[in-house]
Design a protein around this ligand. Structure first.
Ligand code: GLA
Length: 376
């Protein structure tokens, strides 16, 4: 399938890990459908690792754990579909999944058919316990081909963490998104680390196969499977804005049933989502950071209607000055044009003067603008 914009949804791993079950998943579907998330574009509800028994059945088929999912997976898919959502599941290119359940190695076509029978719309495909002698590109090609032939449209979400030069071969496997980095944890250091690792990978992001910076930690507040120290609401907002601006899939990882107002505001900002889902899917560029402060990150992206998205991010706990020059986005003074910018969180309007924008960012703060080219 060709996915034209970064997939959006919710995934069970960050908060629930192995503690997943039918009742919780159905409640999550209810909240996705009723809280406004679905209308904003969050459509895939994905069950991650730990959903099956440790052994396949006598026909070699994967078996949902009857204690966790007493009515099986088709019943969950039906429930999720009845809410107007799409249903995602998880498997692995290895003998085992990362948590030690059966992987799909040498069962790729059978498993793809099983997922199709259950009504699955999305498959996250992990990379633990894979063969040391078969290159990852062959393992992902197999599952990609199996999904294309399973009789149902299933989005292929690769999760090989950027290992083995994933960027060089992932598009040939039919994947619509690929994990470009390792796992996220609910700490600011983890966010910073993933953002830095992404620096070399921006050229590979784009329509049809999106760089997946991992599930969001927004709203976790230190609770759950990847909980750890947690972040502040400001840090969550900046994390979300970077993922959105850089064109990552937006897969929520917190417990949707207990989202507070700050979390909802961050996850449901229309303009931020519009930038993430922009149909041009253009490559983000990192603008130069004057004063040698590497904790200031400024990115720009061309949007389909000629506007630009520009984000200024302060990755440090100190107030800091952020500035950019319009030359770098193609608007030197000589063009007789400048940018009229609207900040997405506050709605503040700013007209850039003298081809230079300067502002102070709060600790861990960010400003993200939708900017229009206007005549001087
Ligand atoms: C890997 C993946 C995670 C999650 C776990 C499940 O670590 O990168 O996103 O799916 O496996 O075990």
């Amino acid at each position: 399938m060709v996915k034209l914009t970064p997939p959006m949804g919710w995934n069970s791993w960050n908060t629930f890990g192995e503690n997943i079950n039918e009742a919780m998943i159905c409640e999550m579907a209810d909240v996705m459908a009723e809280s406004g998330l679905k209308e904003k574009g969050y459509e895939y509800l994905v069950i991650d690792d730990c959903w099956s028994l440790k052994e396949r059945d006598e026909k070699e088929r994967l078996v949902p754990d009857p204690e966790k999912f007493p009515h099986g997976m088709k019943a969950i898919a039906d429930y999720v579909h009845a809410k107007g959502l799409k249903f995602g599941m998880y498997s692995c290119a290895g003998n085992l999944t990362c948590a030690g359940y059966p992987g799909s190695f040498e069962h790729e076509f059978l498993d793809a058919e099983t997922f199709a029978e259950w009504g699955v719309d999305f498959l996250k495909y992990d990379y633990c316990y894979h063969s040391p002698i078969i290159h990852g590109k062959y393992l992902y090609r197999r599952m990609g081909l199996a999904l294309e032939n399973c009789g149902r449209e299933i989005l292929f979400s690769a999760c090989s963490w950027g290992n083995d030069e994933t960027h060089a071969w992932i598009k040939e496997t039919g994947a619509s998104m690929w994990r470009s980095t390792g796992d996220i944890f609910d700490t600011w250091d983890s966010v910073k680390d993933l953002v830095t690792q992404q620096d070399k990978l921006h050229p590979y992001n784009g329509v049809g196969c999106f760089n997946d910076m991992d599930m969001l930690i927004v709203g976790m507040h230190g609770n759950g499977n990847v909980g750890l120290a947690g972040c502040t609401d400001q840090q969550y907002r900046t994390h979300y804005a970077i993922w959105a601006l850089l064109g990552s899939p937006l897969m929520i990882g917190c417990d949707l049933r207990t989202m507070d107002e700050a979390t909802k505001e961050t996850l449901m900002n229309d303009e931020m989502i519009r930038i993430n889902q922009d149909p041009l899917g253009s490559q983000p560029i990192r603008l130069s950071t004057p004063y040698g402060n590497d904790n200031i990150r400024i990115y720009a992206r061309n949007l389909a209607n000629g506007d630009l998205a520009i984000g200024l991010f302060n990755m440090s706990g100190e107030r800091a000055k952020a500035t950019f020059n319009l030359d770098e986005v193609g608007l030197p003074f000589s063009t007789g044009r400048t940018l009229q910018m609207r900040e997405v969180w506050t709605g503040n309007e700013v007209l850039v003067k003298n081809a230079t924008h300067i502002e102070e960012l709060e600790p861990y703060g960010c400003s993200v603008y939708r900017a229009k080219v206007v005549k001087l």
